[in-house]
Design a binder for this molecule. Sequence first.
Ligand code: NAP
Length: 442
Amino acid sequence: MPIPEDIPQPDDGFYVLVTGANSGLGLAVGCRLIDEFLQTRPQSQSLVLIITTRDLRKGDATVRKLREHLSKICREQERKVPGIRMLLEQRVHFRQEILDLTSLVSVQKLSKRLRDTTPKLHSVICNAGIGGWEDLYWGRAVWTILTNWKSAVTWPTFKKSGVGWVTKPQIPITDDGKKIEEPPLGEVFCANFFGHYLLGHYLAPLLARHPPEENTRGRLIWVSSLEAYAHSLNISDIQSIPSHSPYEASKRLTDIMGITSTLPSTMPLVDEYLDYHGPSKQKTKPRIYVSQPGICGTSIFALPLILEYAMFAAFFVARWLGSQWHPVTAYKGAVSMVWLALAKQSTLDAMEAQEGVGKWGSACDRRGDERVERTEVEGWGWGGFLNERKRKTGRSPYARDLTPELKRRFEEAGEACWRELERLRVEWETRLEDAGVGTRME
Ligand SMILES: NC(=O)c1ccc[n+]([C@@H]2O[C@H](COP(=O)([O-])OP(=O)(O)OC[C@H]3O[C@@H](n4cnc5c(N)ncnc54)[C@H](OP(=O)(O)O)[C@@H]3O)[C@@H](O)[C@H]2O)c1
């Protein structure tokens, strides 16, 4: 299929896809990627930033904002180095696509289009997501914030989740008015995890297109949260539809599956998922990395303006009280995702060889200087080593020191989740195909 002319394909292109790029962390990831890419990558290389939003209007507005950001930083550089503006501007290309993660048909359509029109991908940042909260338990919010400020605004216990939310039917009613029966899909599960899971599977061949001599691997960057509590996820009810904490469950699933994706026990399932069939001269097996952005003021919990100000104030106070997990602004919160997308493969590999596979978080100090910091995961610790150094700060109230038993249970949970998600993926692919609405990936 000929590639349309408006699709950028620079010679030495670095291709990054960001989902949910129109607001909050997604938009900040776009801006930060541009900044760090231009600062750190050679002049010969160009960034192709593929952003996804839920409709064209949001996509247009996002590209406009990113272009404005690019122009601003190029003007600043021009003042220091006359003549550099044009050079820098030419090194960033934008492409926008539509994606609704709660529609598997939409995920498949976009994946097919990308497979047909994109030479390769370096990173896919699975950022989009919803909270699924309906309200706050106000009394508890005021009490816990006043009595235990830092913890209350880092690991809140006062968000009220919607229960029983499911997506719209995946299979539309046929022209002759017939409705094909289908099981429910949890909305939070699908928006935060399953939609991205399918997207990653379909895009794995593009992420794999790095010959070994490139010394890099395509990266699926999953976005988790500090609120990925072990007690939120019931593995026998992985979609958490009747749960009172579907958001936290979806993030725990992200942690478990991301972190266990490198273990020998999950390898056959992960290879199947990544469509990997052994070493080759043209391809390298992609990697899954887990990140979390700390706590940032975004519209994930929509609040009236006055309460939004109060939220930002509460977050800044937490930072001044010493919370390392309050980057507060989305730009600072984007640091871990952007670092994972741009870091040299040798750097990531060396850090993991020393400290184990972990969850990479956005942290900051009291002055607001941001950094990337490992985050403790219940049942895994910081890197899965039983004798690792325990950090004293940034631990969740539910954290427990790692024991062989906890680690064993975590690894078993990883295998069970991978098995279930692969089963669910194939089941839905078959269902969509049988109903005549699925897209076949060649
Ligand atoms: N903010 C934080 O403190 C925080 C902390 C931990 C983790 N996170 C994670 O960071 C990610 C971004 O959150 P945010 O805080 O930036 O929230 P946000 O400002 O609400 O942004 C969420 C983005 O996801 C998109 N989205 C929602 N449902 C979607 C769907 N079904 N299909 C496609 N796109 C969809 C939204 O698009 P629309 O505008 O069209 O709705 C929006 O672009 C989420 O995964 C969240 O769980 C955030």
